[in-house]
Structure formats: structure tokens, C-alpha cells
Ligand binder design. Structure first.
Ligand code: NAI
Length: 709
């Protein structure tokens, strides 16, 4: 037994403190569940207890969930079902205790943690921004297995529970209260007092206050949830929504809907049994095993060394355009002061308005308190000149993508800042080393390549130039982490990593058009593969001007294999820049809604040289295999440290489908000899750009894979 619980009984109230030794967060391991069962046994036989409160001994964490390493090692559905039944049994005993139990939640209350709280009579949450509640199991390819699929819909309603469980969405305290997930929200210092109040009022009324009333859930909920037909409608809608969002690549959300439906069709007992059975089934799928590996990737790249003491308290951002404005907002949202400089007051005003609007939206969602909402914009100060930067620790440059402009900005920054201020550039395609030549102490210059949209994309490529010092890399990775992003360190080489892999993919899609394959078949094939959007939709989002520019840069760096399809320049020259200009490979209406465009044919026709009819898998191979090949070349050149970095970068920076485990795990699952054979075939058919890299050939010859390098 891990010795995770202590119990303190005074004045008839038992305070159960959960503090898993040696861990930063509380987890429900098998040992913890067994200890909890023993403790419940003790409480069952103890007399004179009027109520119990479960609290956490951890700083900002109630319970993070089940132990992922235990889920990872499940080898059979029966074993998974057994683990689920054990947990269900213990929580059922908790639920049946003869006195009220309150979960006093401060910090993350996720997965098994929320399932434990759901088995309590009352749930109270602190108003801290660190307090979030949710059942994120489906994002690990499994389903809640400790009764969550049964208790949650009965507490907050089927519609809300379906949303929370199928998307894994986290709920903040204000909303949790509104939907009836928690009974009250209190300041951290007031939590125990509030818990005491619930216990004594429970004693007075004797009610087992568990369900929220129909009234609070609204008339529509009553209409749909109180009868079989309405419920069937909700389950069908939920299945359609999941299919629309992720296709059929992720079985867990569907399994969760089945478990919830079984509980309503056949009763609670059957519901619990269905949950345990389906958890077992899901835990052994390749999808779940891969998603857990992706979870580990996220953990691995989020652990970075802290910046030296004193760094980093103030940041400046130069350029208040699309990227600079969003970066400044991110810095302020993460508690740091930021000076935003742009020569255009219009750009500064637009950036500030965007900050106010984002903060307001988050306040309405309950993510920020009114105080946070007031503080965040006040951390941003604006200027049209680079002055007063002597106290700035890190400057992030995000002006237009031109080497001359950037070098001149960097030279000015070198003079305007302290000698040890770190200067980073958000360039997406220019050489950091060349740019750093404009600064006398090039050791303090690095790249910090954010992805668009900044608030949603998790990855930041930290680019090490030829002269960038280790200290600089350490400070920039620490800042990235502080901004809640994932840093991956890459060598200063054309396209860094993500664009180097992504642009050949997009370019190859355009080359398929030259071969006579249509826009829609390519996009449908890529969606079928699991990409979040079709290749041409992505090109329209990126912008044909930017895509052509990056491709041209890559061609300069890598030669013929990166030669852009003539279609990219033709589209750009026709003013078909993509979504921003209302037309690209598709046409967009004022609201951004996409339609096919009959006018496209005229632009493409002069470039079409063939009339190929390709099967879906051939389209997928033609676009994905060059990415694998390019990744192998980048590894040979030590652009990144290993296959994990490639997979993390492509998932978190380019939306590569997580259920595959990443680009190189996907390559391993195909088998490297098959990858090499197919690349050789493509070389014969379409030219040298498909020629397999030396690393791939060597791996195929020695029966190696990326993860057994
Ligand atoms: P933008 O054109 O929206 O903004 C650039 C801003 O810089 C403008 O507001 C302009 O007034 C300002 N500016 C230009 N010269 C200046 C100077 N000397 N001093 C102060 N301000 C100056 O450009 P965007 O899209 O924000 O891109 C900025 C940088 O971020 C570029 O290097 C780009 O390659 C990079 N990037 C862009 C991404 C995107 O999707 N837009 C993604 C990742 C990186």
C-alpha cells in the first residue's frame, strides 16, 4: 500500500487527505485504490461520523486521474475490464457510506479523480484558475472506467455529459457550477468551511442531493432526455458529431457513447458492466497505445530546465502583426510584462483590441476571473519606437519576413537592449545565423518559431543558430514552457523541421494536380488518412503567397527535390492566395464557408500533363512517404535529436494524426523495407525527388526501425 491517505476525525467530521508520496500529483494507482477500499471499510464500521471531506495534500492538484503506465501495460480486454470493475466497486462503496461525503476540489480533478468526486454526495471547487474538471480518457483512446459514463450524465444531463466525455473537454469552476457538476465554488481558504456547511445542511434535510433539477438543465433537456426517442436522438447526434470531427480513426468516443446509452437503455447495473467491458476493449487498441505514447511525448518535451534565477520577468515583442500581437497576448496571459513595439499605431491598436476581446471571451467562459481579465491587458505597454528596453530579458522579433528588415531590426535591438538580453526571431524561413550576423554578440540570438494560430498551436521550434549559446537555448526553451508551449530544439537549417517536412507534402499535392488528379480526391484521401484537413484546404489556410515563398526558400537550400510545382506560382500570380483572398483551390464566401470553384480549372489546365487515376492509398503514399524520407534526411543531418522530436513536432506543430503515434511511428508500422520499396517505385515513375535517404536504406538492410535506431 502506498500510504497515500491520512484520516483525521474531529467533531464528527472525517477529513481524508490524499497525498501520494513521492509524486507531484495524485494518481489512482491499483495500490491507491486498494488503500482507499481499506479506508472505506474502516469508515463503514466507525460510529459517530456525521460526514467526510476528501481533500488533496498536493499544491494545485486534486487528482490527476488513473495511472497511465498501468493502462499502458494492459494486455487483454479481460484485464482491463477487471481493473475497471475493481475501481467501480470501491467507488460504489464510497457512494453507499451512511453519511455525506464532500469532494473539496482544488486544482486539476481529472479522469478517475472526477469519477471519485462523482461518487461523493457533494463536490465543491475552488475559484483558482488551476481548478479544472474533466474526463479526458477518450483523448488517450480509452473511456472513463470508474463509473464516469454512468454518473456524469445522471448529474449534468446526457447532452453535456456526451460533450464532456467525447471531446475530453475540461470544465472550469464557474461553468462546472452552472451545469451542476459542482454544488458550489469557494475561495481556497473557504473550502473547508463550505464543506462543513454542506455536511450540516445534509444532516438537516437528510436529502441525498445528487441530481440537478430539470429546471436548471432547461426545457430542451427535459424534452430530449426524459424519453427514449429524445435520448436516441442525442446519442445519434453525438455519434455524428464525433464522426464529423475525427472520422472513424478514434474508436473510444463511440465506445463511450455506447456505454452511456447502455446505462439508459438497460439500467445502471448493465451500464456499469458495459463500461467495464468497453474499457477493456479500448485499452488494448493500437489507437490507445499510440495515444499514450503521444501523451508521453508531450510530457517529455514539456520537461525543460528552468531559466537561471532572475530571468525571465519582462519580455518585448517587436512587430504587432498577426503573429506579434498574438505572442504579446500569450506573454501577458502567462503573467509577464510585455512591451509591444510596432511602427504602425494601427497595428498596435488592432493587437490590443484582440487582447481585450480574447480576455473577455475567456472571462465569460469562466477561465479568467474579473481580476485576471483586468490585469492581463494592463501588462502590455505599447510603443512605436524601440526604447526603454534596457530592463527587458528577452525580445521576440516578429516583423515582416525579410532578411534586410530583420537584420536592421536586430542591429537596432543590439544597441537598445542590455548586453545579456536574449534576442529571438519568429522567422518561419530565414536563417538565424545570417540574421545573427547583425548583432555583435551572436551568442544571444536564436529562433523562436511559433505556429499560427498562436493560441491554439502547441509547438514552438527553438532554433539554434551557429553561434547561439547553450544558455540562450536554455532561456528560450524555459520561456516557451512558461508560455504553456512545447519547445523542440532544431538546428538552423532551411525550413527548420516542420516546414521542411510539411511543404514537400503540400508541394506534392500540387504535383498530383499536374498529373491530372483532382483537388477533391486528394483532400478526401488525406482526410481519410486522418489529417485534420485536406492538403489543398491547408494550402488555402497557409496562403499561396507564403507557401510559394517557403518552397522557393527550400529549393534554394535543398535543390531540385524541393522544386515548387508551377501551380503554386500560377495560383499566386492569379491572386488566388487562399482563404484570405476569398479564393484559392476553393472559393470562400464572406463567412469563410468553403465551396468548390469551377473557375479553378482554367488556372490549372496549362499545368496538367497527364490524366492519372489513383487509388486512395496511392495518393496517401505519394504525399506521406516523401515526408518520412525528408524526416530521415533531417535526422541524418542532426536537425533534431531523434525520432521522438520529429513525431512530437509533426503532431503538435502540423496536426499529424495522433492516433498513428506520429510520422515515424507510422513509418515503423508500415515497415521500413516497404517504405524504401515504395519510394524506389515512385522514383522510377516520377523522378529523383523520391529517392530514399541513406538512413532509410541502411535501416531496411539491417531490419531496423526509427524507434530501434
Ligand atoms: P504581419 O505582416 O502581420 O506583421 C508584421 C508587423 O511588423 C506589421 O504590423 C508591421 O507594421 C511591423 N513591422 C514591420 N517592420 C517593422 C519595424 N522595423 N519595426 C517595428 N515593426 C515593424 O506579419 P506576421 O504574419 O505577423 O509575420 C511576422 C513574422 O512571423 C514573420 O517573420 C513571419 O514569417 C513569421 N511567422 C508568420 C506565421 C504566419 O502564419 N503568419 C507563422 C509563423 C511565423
Amino acid at each position: 500500500m502506498p500510504d497515500a491517505f491520512t484520516i483525521d476525525i474531529s467533531d464528527g467530521i472525517a477529513v481524508i487527505r490524499f497525498d501520494l508520496p513521492g509524486e507531484k500529483v495524485n494518481k489512482l494507482t491499483t495500490g491507491v485504490v486498494a488503500e482507499l477500499e481499506q479506508l472505506i471499510g474502516r469508515l463503514e464500521s466507525e460510529s459517530g461520523i456525521d460526514g467526510a471531506v476528501i481533500v488533496s495534500g498536493k499544491e494545485d492538484n486534486f487528482i490527476a486521474g488513473a495511472d497511465i503506465s498501468e493502462i499502458e501495460t494492459i494486455v487483454s480486454p479481460a484485464e482491463g475490464a477487471r481493473l475497471s470493475e475493481q475501481g467501480q466497486g470501491v467507488l460504489e462503496r464510497l457512494e453507499q457510506l451512511p453519511f455525506p461525503v464532500v469532494a473539496a476540489i482544488n486544482g486539476a480533478c481529472l479522469g478517475g479523480g472526477l469519477e471519485l468526486a462523482l461518487a461523493c454526495n457533494y463536490r465543491l471547487a475552488t475559484d483558482s484558475p488551476k481548478t479544472v474538471l474533466g474526463l479526458p480518457e477518450t483523448s488517450l483512446g480509452i473511456i472513463p472506467g470508474f463509473g464516469g459514463t454512468q454518473r456524469l450524465p445522471r448529474l449534468v444531463g446526457i447532452k453535456e455529459a456526451l460533450r464532456m466525455i467525447t471531446t475530453g473537454a475540461k470544465v472550469y469552476p464557474k461553468k462546472a457550477w452552472r451545469i451542476g457538476l459542482v454544488n458550489d465554488v469557494a475561495a481556497k481558504e473557504r473550502l473547508m468551511e463550505a464543506a462543513g456547511r454542506f455536511i450540516s445542511s445534509h444532516g438537516e434535510t437528510g436529502k441525498k442531493t445528487k441530481k440537478t433539477s430539470w429546471k436548471s438543465r432547461g426545457l430542451v433537456a427535459l424534452l430530449f432526455e426524459s424519453n427514449k426517442f429524445g435520448r436516441n436522438f442525442l446519442f445519434d447526434k453525438a455519434r455524428q458529431a464525433v464522426r464529423r470531427k475525427v472520422g472513424d480513426h478514434y474508436p473510444a468516443p463511440f465506445a463511450a457513447i455506447d456505454a452511456i446509452e447502455d446505462g439508459f437503455k438497460h439500467g445502471l447495473k448493465e451500464g456499469f458492466a458495459s463500461e467495464a467491458h468497453l474499457l477493456g476493449e479500448m485499452a488494448v487498441t493500437d489507437t490507445s497505445k499510440n495515444l499514450i505514447k503521444v501523451f508521453r511525448l508531450r510530457e517529455r518535451f514539456s520537461h525543460v530546465e528552468k531559466a537561471p534565477a532572475g530571468y525571465i520577468s519582462s519580455v518585448a515583442v517587436i512587430g504587432a502583426g498577426a503573429m506579434g500581437g498574438a505572442i504579446a497576448a500569450l506573454v501577458a496571459e502567462n503573467g509577464m510584462k510585455v512591451r509591444l513595439v510596432d511602427m504602425s499605431t494601427k497595428a498596435l491598436g488592432k493587437a490590443l483590441r484582440a487582447v481585450y476581446s480574447t480576455v473577455e471571451k475567456k472571462k465569460n467562459k469562466g477561465i479568467y476571473s474579473s481580476t485576471d481579465a483586468a490585469w492581463i491587458p494592463s501588462r502590455i505597454s505599447c510603443d512605436t519606437m524601440m526604447r526603454g528596453l534596457k530592463r527587458t530579458d528577452v525580445v521576440i522579433e516578429a516583423v515582416v519576413e525579410s532578411m534586410d528588415v530583420k537584420r536592421s531590426v536586430l542591429a537596432d535591438l543590439a544597441a537598445a537592449t542590455r548586453e545579456d538580453t536574449i534576442i529571438v526571431s519568429n522567422t518561419s524561413s530565414l536563417s538565424i545565423s545570417e540574421m545573427a550576423g547583425a548583432v555583435p554578440d551572436a551568442w544571444r540570438v536564436a529562433g523562436m518559431h511559433f505556429f499560427n494560430p498562436v493560441d491554439r498551436m502547441q509547438l514552438v521550434e527553438v532554433v539554434r543558430g551557429e553561434k547561439t549559446s547553450d544558455l540562450t537555448v536554455r532561456i528560450v526553451t524555459a520561456l516557451t514552457k512558461r508560455l504553456g508551449k512545447m519547445p523542440i530544439v532544431v538546428k538552423d537549417s532551411p525550413g527548420f523541421l516542420v516546414n521542411r517536412l510539411l511543404l514537400p507534402y503540400l508541394n506534392e499535392a500540387a504535383r498530383l494536380l499536374e498529373d491530372g488528379v483532382g483537388v477533391e480526391p486528394v483532400d478526401e484521401a488525406m482526410l481519410e488518412f486522418g489529417m485534420p484537413m485536406g492538403a489543398f484546404i491547408l494550402l488555402d489556410v497557409v496562403g499561396l503567397d507564403i507557401a510559394s515563398h517557403v518552397c522557393e526558400n527550400l529549393q534554394q537550400g535543398f535543390g531540385e527535390r524541393m522544386r515548387p510545382s508551377t501551380i503554386l506560382a500560377a495560383m499566386r500570380d492569379e491572386g488566388r492566395l487562399g482563404k484570405k483572398s476569398g479564393k484559392g483551390f476553393y472559393r470562400y464566401d464572406k463567412k469563410g464557408k468553403r465551396q468548390s470553384d469551377s473557375g479553378l480549372k482554367k488556372v490549372l489546365l496549362p499545368h496538367v500533363r497527364d490524366n492519372l487515376k489513383l487509388e486512395e492509398q496511392s495518393i496517401i503514399d505519394r504525399l506521406i512517404l516523401p515526408m518520412i524520407n525528408e524526416a530521415a534526411l533531417a535526422l541524418e543531418e542532426a536537425v533534431v535529436e531523434g525520432p521522438e522530436a520529429v513525431d512530437a513536432a509533426m503532431i503538435f506543430g502540423a496536426g499529424f494524426p495522433a492516433f498513428t503515434g506520429g510520422l515515424l511511428r507510422y513509418a515503423d508500422s508500415l515497415g521500413i523495407p516497404r517504405v524504401v520499396k515504395d519510394l524506389e517505385k515512385l522514383t522510377e515513375l516520377h523522378g529523383e525527388r523520391f529517392k530514399p535517404s541513406g538512413l532509410l536504406i541502411e535501416m531496411a538492410q539491417n531490419a531496423k526501425s526509427f524507434y530501434s535506431l
